[in-house]
Design a protein. Structure first.
Length: 215
């Protein structure tokens, strides 16, 4: 189990500057770091994913490249009212770290988000069957190697990682965390997925992956 890395804005000039920006320019009372930098899995190309929360205003997103530190920064600025109900889009803050907060707003928010993660939505059996039929159609159509067939091959590859979790009544948390889950819990499916991605001209590889994902 990875021990979460608690960043210090005194040590990280990027985090310090973002906190100053969000607190001063946008009057954010709460600031949360999430993503790979919050859980100690950041690589050289990892973004700084940070949410700032204000008393009111409009939701805003700021994405930019910092040429000085050679990193990408992705900021979301939310009003308090954004979190009256926890939605799917908020779940990316799962296992985030509070950098600044007022009245424990950030701590309470992360508790809500982490609780929501534990209760994924469950599809009815007929909805699962619709998806099974859809993959049959995608596989059949992709065997015709024209531009439409090639596109459908890639389309199926793209959606299979999410449906792996849907069919197991688990919460899908994006491709990066999903492949980490497969690496730890289902290496055979991970190997099939990697093989299918490396052989996009091979319909057999796609068919084997579909069968494994849909069970």
């Amino acid at each position: 189990m990875t021990v979460p890395y608690k960043p210090s804005w005194n040590d990280d000039p990027v985090i310090k500057s973002i906190i100053d920006e969000l607190a001063t320019q946008y009057v954010c009372h709460t600031i949360i770091l999430y993503g790979s930098r919050a859980v100690g899995k950041a690589g050289p190309s990892s973004d700084y994913d940070i949410a700032g929360i204000c008393s009111d205003g409009e939701k805003t997103r700021i994405a930019r490249f910092d040429p000085i530190h050679q990193v990408f920064i992705d900021l979301f600025i939310y009003p308090n009212s954004e979190f009256n109900t926890i939605e799917e889009e908020h779940l990316c803050m799962h296992n985030g770290i509070v950098l600044k907060e007022k009245d424990q707003f950030g701590s309470h928010l992360l508790t809500q988000i982490n609780t929501t993660i534990s209760f994924p939505p469950r599809l009815a059996e007929y909805e699962l069957e619709v998806r099974r039929v859809w993959y049959q159609k995608m596989l059949m159509r992709s065997k015709i190697r024209d531009i439409d067939g090639l596109y459908r091959h890639l389309w199926a590859l793209h959606t299979l990682i999410e449906d792996y979790f849907v069919f197991r009544n688990l919460r899908y948390l994006g491709p990066k965390k999903s492949f980490e889950y497969l690496r730890e819990h289902d290496l055979p499916v991970l190997n099939l997925y990697e093989n299918a991605l490396n052989k996009t001209e091979d319909n057999v590889a796609l068919e084997l992956l579909i069968k494994a994902v849909l069970g």
